[in-house]
Design a protein around this ligand. Structure first.
Ligand SMILES: [Zn+2]
Length: 251
């Protein structure tokens, strides 16, 4: 089941996407119908991307896959783990186990999480992506009205796959520890998900010990029971991307 377009903000984003994908199509001149009267390929593309949009997957990851990740020099072991997860998606979903990618900045942890998200959406699963900062904003200190908070809670609690990106980022001052309100709310949502065996996927720059320290034993034990900690090694892939673009421009 895919998430549906609900808020006015989402409707606006979908309109913009249609304009970009279908509006610029030369095969059908933006009508969505090709010369033979069939639905144009751009409409399929538009639908696929709309599902990514409705899963809140960052646009920058929409064209990423494991092949392109490997080409950029991504960690081979992490790629293998990700591949097996995708290949056994239904079994992992049945058992409620997901990967927690940890490692240095720029090694591609978010990309790996989103590649799984894309594959799961393509397979018809409900997926929701949250940066931890957004998560805390929506769930804990949301100021933008109850409707949005209700939708956010629903996504966080009910998605077959919830991606929580950048654990620890919501708490820039690591020394002070996590606010108890955040901790309580996180604990509740992660527990609801674990009880229903819903998959949570995570990424973090923290190592295992720091993750345990930041979240405390209660949350950490839920993470441990429902996530496989996978280290993602390698040099900063983002720097490599910048290097490649730089070279292309001056060649
Ligand atoms: Zn078209």
């Amino acid at each position: 089941m895919h998430w549906l377009v609900e808020t006015p903000e989402q409707v606006a984003k979908v309109h913009k996407l249609k304009k970009t994908i279908v509006g610029s199509c030369n095969k059908c001149n933006g009508t969505g119908i090709d010369k033979t009267g069939e639905q144009c390929g751009c409409m399929h593309e538009f639908r696929r991307l709309t599902y990514y949009l409705m899963g809140n997957l960052p646009e920058i990851t929409w064209d990423k896959d494991l092949a392109s990740f490997a080409e950029r020099g991504g960690d081979k072991k992490a790629i293998k783990y990700t591949e097996s997860f995708i290949n056994h998606l239904d079994k992992f979903i049945k058992n409620g186990i997901g990967p927690l990618f940890y490692g240095d900045y720029g090694t591609g942890k978010t990309t790996l999480a989103c590649i799984i998200g894309k594959e799961a959406i393509n397979a018809g699963k409900s997926v929701w992506f949250y940066t931890m900062a957004e998560f805390v904003d929506d769930i804990v200190k949301n100021q933008s009205g109850y409707t949005q908070r209700d939708i956010a809670s629903l996504r966080a609690e009910k998605s077959e796959i919830l991606i929580l990106d950048d654990f620890g980022r919501e708490n820039p001052n690591q020394k002070s520890g996590l606010q108890s309100e955040i901790r309580t709310k996180m604990d509740k949502i992660l527990r609801i998900r674990a009880d229903q065996r819903l998959v949570t996927i995570g990424s973090t720059n923290l190592d295992i010990k720091k993750t345990a320290n930041l979240y405390g034993q209660s949350i950490f034990s839920i993470l441990q029971a429902s996530m496989k900690f996978i280290e993602v090694k390698g040099s900063d892939l983002r720097q490599k991307v910048a290097d490649t673009i730089w070279d292309k421009i001056i060649e």
